[in-house]
Design a protein around this ligand. Structure first.
Ligand SMILES: [Zn+2]
Ligand SMILES: [Zn+2]
Length: 81
């Protein structure tokens, strides 16, 4: 069997709460909440998340890397429920 290069999820049972899915569904508030202080990156699709549990293939980011492209998310913290 050839590998499915698009959807390699290591935690398929939780895929509905993965940033990949939430982004696809256009749930921007959720995505902003879950990626505002991203410490992990999805090795599958490149999405960033605060918690490894929100990624298909979590890779820990080397340092606090969210300042650059995530700056807009910082003031969304209050939206988290
Ligand atoms: Zn992903
Ligand atoms: Zn997944």
């Amino acid at each position: 069997m050839a590998e499915d290069s698009n959807k390699i999820c290591k935690d398929i049972e939780s895929h509905h709460v993965h940033l990949c899915t939430l982004t696809e569904e256009g749930r921007k508030e959720m995505v902003a909440c879950l990626s505002g202080r991203a410490e992990y990156k999805c090795g599958n699709c490149g999405a960033k998340a605060n918690f490894a549990t929100n990624l298909c293939d979590p890779v820990q980011l080397p340092e606090i890397d969210w300042m650059g492209d995530g700056a807009d998310n910082i003031n969304l913290e209050g939206h988290c429920r």
